[in-house]
Design a protein around this ligand. Structure first.
Ligand code: ADP
Ligand code: MG
Ligand code: MG
Length: 896
């Protein structure tokens, strides 16, 4: 195998092997952009390292060969005593994992080469600054030195010298600092700082491999559903220096504004600085546009490169660059992370600029982003106490108590309280707190700071660079002017406007939700004079309309009430895929169920109970069918075990026992009920007397539901409406079960139609939620007009576990142990449960090629699952009303 690729050997499509950073460095090299030479060690090498627990010997040889090539190109040798070549070692996995992995700069400096570098650059200060950075970064990331020893020493030195910024320290100061840093290094690690440049390099590479498995990286991957098995690539690259005086600098920029999508110059820049200085928020950065004044030549070149990259990638790119004494170098680019709003706007802007097609645009937005846009926002009209206004780094409206550290954030989240993590700046150590918090507020750093990038990635509200805030994490206080807030006080942050408010602020519907519910005109009206909002509404409308036009799957909703059905239809549902009828037996109607159960089979009493229920159900169905006029409505016959409608066994037992003890006898009605409850009690109700089993066991129960539905339909038909009910039988496992119910249903439908003098075409089908049903779907299809895969139950029955019993208990552990990438109840387990679905589809169609097939589990609203259902050829998905727009979008995306 080949483990190492020179930048000139790869391209942007090799992310699996070279990681995102390496693939894009190669692509930029190919485009002829000024990229410092270097090479990428592949993810194969990392996986091999993780497997063997040591660096493969072949790798060392390849590194030597590739290093030699770069040295020859530059004309200098790594770490040689005069004019040394220095390298950076940079991690880069397939998916960008901001701040997760480690970077080491200035590899190759030692006690000799630092002198050589000073002479070579004619700048002593610069050389010693680079050396102290190496010891610090190497100490922290390669040797895992914890604590603030290095930065405390640096701060103390600045204090002693009475200066504010690093770059105000002299060469002599920095020499002294290097000596101090070496002492810290030795004290913490028990060894001297390695002087051999190649040893530094090899240790750096190994540290990057290891950093794949840090706790922080694991948390991030779990959250982002990135597979544990990918591994990271390592980029080894010639150093260029942004810290070589006032004509040098380093910066980060976007080709468009990542929060609005507007094209223009967006970025932060820092003169005389290196690497992470910009994102760490250590010094306040300058807006990129001022670079035009400092260094017009580099600025113009950068603008040209930005245009070139955007045209080439046909998307918003983010860029890291460094200027070394007036020469511009590109250090990184990638298709940039963006807010949900920007994703929609950028996609349609690129269409309007003729860079991409509408189909392509659809692939650039996701259902998850649309979900974010549907979040409520702060009410404009509510009274608010504005504390300060800062950088709107990630949109949303978050309210919660102030917390200053991970522990407090996690404690609040565990207790079910919302919190806002407030930090001076964040770094990767703060990740658990960021995960637990509703929103993040920092006092330092710009749109490209760690807090901003991570928050956008996680879809959390974030405001950064709120310089008016004085954050004291030790004392747990937050001060603005003379207003002082403490941990536990409530604040509200608006990640769209950058406003920070003291106290609670009420939230209102999002404009996008208004559009989704009431149409384009209403959406635009709600946007009012806000052009960006109006732009967003238009973009969402265009993309959703396109999704509707291209998708092959219909989208229905799971809804049991007229209100939910109305909402679903507003959101674009084309029918109801699952109307559960069990709630129609609750409340006041419970007594009727009790009466039915207590009565003898075939008795007049039981029939009276049935009749009463039938009348009530008919009323329910009339309402629902009216709302759904001309749209299909799938009614699932009663599914849960009957005892769910009866009193609780234990409390009834206690009641009867207490009555007997105190009064010598219990109420005979209670005793009779207790007997019934005991009879119906099941130790494993999920697999017990429910669904079709109940329908067969308790004759008349399904019949009353079918009759109520049929009568309701007949009545509406006579009114001139177009009711389209479908009868769905739950938990069927055998053709005989379905045949019995279908036979009854057909008889009832025929009777009622004749009575009413109308024609009724009511389809009868069943759910596929048992493995046996899927595996015999070719039989069931003979008796069914449609199937609906109930993937919740199917997941339970295929895996053999019940959701309620496992969800909080072992699923988290299983995710940690990578048994699941994600809970199989959230995203369908394609490999197992999905295979059963696929087989069911094939078998069903082998009998009835045009049988209608849908899905009505919660997976029907999950983006990844929707793509799978499209692929296996389902006709529709059914999901909760709020997810209908997301399902429309994702079904469209799946089809392009
Ligand atoms: P991250 O993945 O955290 O962005 P990078 O590998 O991009 O880490 O490194 C962080 C920063 O280090 C870069 O933004 C850049 O400023 C600096 N850096 C990395 N390699 C070099 C290099 N060869 N020359 C100069 N600076 C570098
Ligand atoms: Mg980094
Ligand atoms: Mg970077």
């Amino acid at each position: 195998v080949k483990y190492v690729y020179n930048f000139s050997e790869g391209d942007k499509d090799m992310k699996d092997l070279l990681g995102g950073k390496g693939a894009n460095l190669a692509e930029m090299t190919k485009l002829g952009l000024p990229v410092p030479p270097g090479f990428t060690i592949s993810t194969d090498a990392c996986r091999e390292y993780l497997k063997r627990g040591e660096v493969p010997a072949e790798l060392a040889t390849e590194v030597t060969k590739n290093l030699r090539k770069v040295e020859d190109e530059i004309g200098r040798r790594l770490g040689e005593p005069t004019g040394p070549l220095l390298m950076s070692v940079r991690s880069g996995a397939k998916f960008s994992m901001p701040g997760m992995m480690e970077t080491v700069l200035n590899i190759g400096l030692n006690d000799q080469s630092v002198v050589g570098l000073a002479e070579f650059a004619s700048d002593e200060r610069f050389a010693w600054d680079s050396y102290r950075r190496l010891i610090q970064m190497f100490g922290k990331t390669v040797m895992h030195i914890e604590g603030d020893g290095f930065s405390d020493a640096l701060d103390k030195l600045k204090e002693d010298r009475g200066v504010h910024y690093d770059h105000e320290l002299s060469a002599e100061d920095l020499k002294g600092l290097v000596a101090t840093f070496k002492e810290i290094f030795k004290a913490e690690t028990g060894r001297d700082f390695p002087q051999d440049p190649r040893e530094q390099l090899d240790m750096g590479i190994e540290a990057v491999f290891q950093s794949w498995n840090t706790e922080r990286a694991k948390i991030y991957r779990r959250r982002e559903r990135i597979s544990e098995s990918l591994g990271t690539a390592v980029n080894v690259q010639t150093m260029v220096f942004g810290n070589m005086g006032e004509t040098s600098g380093t910066g980060v920029c976007f080709t468009r504004d990542p929060s609005t999508g507007h094209s223009g110059v967006y970025g932060d820049y820092l003169m005389n600085a290196q690497g992470e200085d910009v994102v760490a928020g250590i010094r306040n950065t300058e807006p990129l546009s001022t670079l035009g004044d400092h260094d017009p030549k580099s600025y113009q070149e950068l603008l040209g490169i930005m245009r070139k990259l955007e045209t080439h990638y046909q998307d918003l790119c983010d860029i890291e660059f460094t200027i070394e004494r007036g020469k511009l170098w590109m250090l990184q680019t990638r298709v940039g992370k963006r807010t949900a709003a920007a994703a929609f706007r950028v996609a349609t802007q690129l269409v309007d600029e003729k860079l991409i097609t509408m189909d392509e645009a659809l692939t650039r937005v996701t259902g998850a982003q649309l979900t974010q846009l549907m979040f409520p926002q702060f009410d404009d009209k509510a009274p608010k106490e504005l504390l300060t206004r800062a950088m709107a780094a990630s949109p949303g409206a978050a309210v919660g108590e102030i917390v200053f550290n991970n522990d407090d954030a996690e404690a609040a989240a565990r207790a079910g309280r919302k919190c806002i993590l407030v930090r001076r700046e964040t770094n990767p150590e703060d990740l658990p707190g960021m995960v637990a918090a509703e929103g993040i507020l920092t006092a330092r750093g710009g749109k490209t700071s760690h807090a901003a990038v991570v928050a956008r990635g996680m879809g959390k509200t974030c405001i950064c660079g709120a310089e008016a805030l004085r954050v004291d994490a030790e004392e747990k206080t937050l001060a603005v002017g003379d207003r002082i807030l403490k941990a536990g006080d409530i604040i509200a942050i608006d990640g769209t406007t950058g406003e920070v408010f003291a106290g609670d602020v009420p939230v209102v519907d999002s404009v996008v939700t208004t559009y989704l519910a009431h149409g384009l005109e209403a959406g635009l009206e709600a946007a009012g004079a806000d052009e960006q909002m109006a732009d967003l509404v238009n973009s969402v409308h265009r993309l959703l309309t396109h999704a509707d036009a291209v998708r092959t799957m219909k989208v229905r909703a799971n809804a049991d009430t007229p209100e939910d059905s109305e909402r679903a239809i507003e959101f674009g549902a084309e029918g109801i895929g699952l109307c559960r009828t069990e709630h129609m037996f609750l409340g006041d109607r419970r007594v009727l169920i009790e009466r039915v159960i207590l009565a003898e089979e075939g008795s007049a009493d039981r029939q009276a109970g049935f009749d009463a229920l039938e009348e009530l159900q008919k009323g329910d169905f009339l309402q629902m069918l009216r709302v759904l006029d001309a749209k299909p409505m799938t009614v699932r016959l009663i599914d849960p075990p009957l005892h769910e409608f009866l009193p609780d066994l234990t409390s009834l037992e206690v009641k009867v026992a207490v009555a007997k003890a105190v009064e010598g006898k219990a109420d005979p009605a209670d005793e009779k009920m207790l007997e019934a409850v005991r009879r119906m009690h099941e130790s494993n109700p999920m697999l017990g007397l429910r669904g079709v089993r109940l329908g067969i066991y308790l004759p008349g129960l399904f019949d009353l539901q079918i009759r109520a539905l049929t009568q309701a339909a007949a009545e509406l038909k006579k009114e001139g409406l177009d009711p389209r009910p479908e009868i769905m039988v739950p938990l069927v496992g055998s053709i005989r079960e379905l045949a019995i119910i279908r036979h009854n249903a057909e008889q009832i439908i025929a009777e009622e139609a004749a009575k009413a003098g109308v024609e009724l075409d009511i389809h009868v089908g069943c759910m596929i939620e048992l493995p046996r049903a899927a595996m015999t779907a070719e039989d069931l299809a003979q008796e069914a007009d449609f199937f609906s895969f109930g993937t919740n139950d199917l997941t339970q029955t295929v895996w053999g576990f019940s959701r309620d019993d496992v969800e909080g208990v072992f699923i988290p552990k299983y995710i940690e142990e990578a048994v699941f990438g994600v809970s199989p109840f959230e995203t369908i387990d394609q490999h197992g449960v999905g295979r059963v679905v696929r087989e069911g589809v094939e078998r069903a169609r082998s009998t009835k090629p045009d049988i209608k097939l849908g899905v009505c589990g919660e997976h029907g609203g999950d983006p990844e699952s929707i793509h799978f259902f499209h692929e296996v050829g389902l006709n529709y998905v059914s999901c909760s009303p709020f997810r209908v727009p997301i399902a429309r979008l994702e079904a469209g995306r799946a089809a392009v």
